[in-house]
Design a binder for this molecule. Structure first.
Ligand SMILES: NC(=O)c1ccc[n+]([C@@H]2O[C@H](COP(=O)([O-])OP(=O)(O)OC[C@H]3O[C@@H](n4cnc5c(N)ncnc54)[C@H](OP(=O)(O)O)[C@@H]3O)[C@@H](O)[C@H]2O)c1
Length: 290
């Protein structure tokens, strides 16, 4: 497993991170048992993944807590809190810590923040997060965008102007590389770490969905057939983009996990393939592949 410095946090993490949300939620969405989902997390650790991303909203924190019991200090653990809920950030984090069976998280995200939310309550959130950091309940401040509704990254550049974030989570994929010009120059300049979400998601993991998307954007259903193994290409594309640090992979399937980890550790796509992708998708800032 290749590792990387996680920006200004200075943590050393695996280039593949385990995402415990997304459509799969460690297989919970498709009826996996708790034991099966725990086995996915433990296999990820055995493969050398040391960054695990969950969230209160995913309903997988307890599973993660059980899976990492006895190995907490080998793991860089992140969780998240939604804004505009009954709970304060403090109350939400306290509940997450209890479910995770730990007394701190390494990275704590404001979850899926819209531009409107950030402009309304961002500054208040920062003060509360700093107090939680002082209290030792979180180590690093982080924010994720609501990519499904903000595929052109309106929120993150505004948030990054406050220069208080250690880590961001960004939607980035073959189908929508717009973070390359709108987000990564800022994060690189500030040494803010980037976790990639939506590298594969739905369209890139399902041929029927992909064909629909390609018919609408590239006017040719077979526009990506040259890649042969689309999932492999999609993870390698995200991994080797300058400005990305960790690529999240979300699955309830151990065989998928193993092959995704291999892909994320493979060499970059060829220059010829990257040039073809650039021609097809360089101006796309509305697709999410969700
Ligand atoms: N705003 C936010 O904060 C936010 C939003 C979205 C996601 N996230 C985070 O990002 C993580 C990554 O999630 P993602 O959903 O964006 O994308 P992803 O992990 O790249 O894609 C996951 C989807 O593709 C399927 N899949 C995975 N590997 C496959 C393979 N080798 N072959 C075929 N299908 C495969 C999975 O289903 P199977 O179970 O069948 O493998 C799952 O439905 C999430 O888990 C979460 O931690 C955060």
């Amino acid at each position: 497993m290749d590792t990387v410095r996680l920006g200004k946090t200075n943590l050393e993490v695996s280039v593949a991170g385990l995402g415990c949300g997304g459509h799969s939620r460690l297989g919970q969405t498709h009826g996996a048992t708790e034991a099966e989902s725990i086995a996915v997390v433990q296999r990820a650790l055995d493969l050398g993944i040391n960054l695990i991303d969950t969230a209160r909203a995913y309903g997988t924190e307890e599973i993660v807590g059980k899976a990492i019991k006895g190995r907490r200090h080998d793991v860089v653990l992140s969780t998240k809190a939604l804004l505009d809920t009954e709970d304060s950030l403090t109350a939400s984090l306290d509940k997450s810590l209890k479910r995770l069976g730990t007394d701190y998280v390494d990275v704590f995200f404001l979850h899926g923040v819209t531009l409107d939310q950030y402009q309304r309550i961002g500054p208040d959130c920062i003060a509360e997060l700093l107090a939680l950091r002082d209290a030792g309940k979180l180590r690093h401040l982080a924010i994720s965008e609501r990519f499904a509704d903000d595929a052109g990254h309106a929120m993150l550049p505004i948030a990054l102007a406050d220069a208080c974030w250690d880590v961001v989570m960004v939607g980035f994929s073959i189908l929508n590389p717009s973070a390359r010009t709108r987000v990564f120059p800022i994060t690189t300049e500030q040494d803010v770490a980037v976790l990639v979400m939506f590298a594969v998601r739905k369209a890139l993991s399902s041929p029927d969905e992909l064909h629909k998307v390609l018919a609408s954007v590239a006017h040719r259903e077979d526009a990506l057939d040259f890649l042969v193994d689309i999932v492999d290409a999609a993870y390698r594309f995200a991994r080797h983009e300058p400005g990305t640090d960790v690529v999240l992979t979300g699955t309830g399937n151990v065989a998928h996990l193993e092959s995704n980890v291999e892909s994320i550790n493979r060499r970059p796509l060829s220059g010829a393939y990257l040039a073809r992708l650039e021609t097809l998708f360089r101006n796309v800032d509305t697709l999410t592949g969700n």
